[in-house]
Design a protein around this ligand. Structure first.
Ligand code: FES
Ligand code: FES
Length: 167
């Protein structure tokens, strides 16, 4: 996609690391992530903000990285699917998606998982309707969504249990 080729200094946080690079500020964030950082878990489907495959978290909120310019991340924090797991292993939402059978071809999964993480951070025990609403911008052609909604409910139980342990 055409964008300003003007090179600028981009300082931001990416998956917990401080980034300080020169890059074209008019480049789309999805391209910066995939091509410059090799974070190819961020997928491009429609390129128009309609499918959610390119979802990443910007300061904790899910956004379409195909609609965002690299210059817009300056001073902010981006989390991609590669940044979710920690030393202890997969994030509970990743585990739940895998165990529930919510992943088929997997193209939509990074975006759906990140949208689910944002939802559960905001609302640890969402209703089915709240889950549907939160994931309405993420399209899946394979699963029929039922398994995905079940996965989020299962992750909700896991995260609630996990936080209780730390009470
Ligand atoms: S590729 Fe960004 S919303 Fe479809
Ligand atoms: S699992 Fe294939 S598009 Fe969702």
């Amino acid at each position: 996609m055409a964008g300003s080729k003007e090179i600028m200094r981009l300082k931001f946080k990416l998956n917990g690391q401080d980034i300080n690079i020169d890059a074209a500020g008019g480049e789309r964030l999805v391209d910066l992530l995939r091509e410059r950082f090799d974070l190819v878990g961020t997928k491009e489907g429609c390129g128009k903000g309609e499918c959610g495959a390119c979802t990443v978290l910007l300061d904790g909120e899910p956004i379409c990285s195909c609609l965002m310019l690299s210059s817009q991340v300056i001073g902010r924090e981006i989390i991609t699917i590669e940044g979710l797991a920690d030393k202890k292993g997969l994030h509970p939402v990743q585990k739940a998606f895998s165990e529930t059978g919510a992943v088929q071809c997997g193209f939509c999964s990074p975006g759906l998982i990140l949208s689910s993480v944002a939802l559960l951070n905001d609302k640890p025990k969402p209703s089915r309707e709240e889950i549907k609403k939160a994931l309405s911008g993420n399209l899946c052609r394979c699963t029929g969504y039922e398994k995905i909604f079940e996965a989020v409910e299962s992750a909700s139980k896991m995260t609630t249990k996990r936080s209780r342990k730390h009470d």
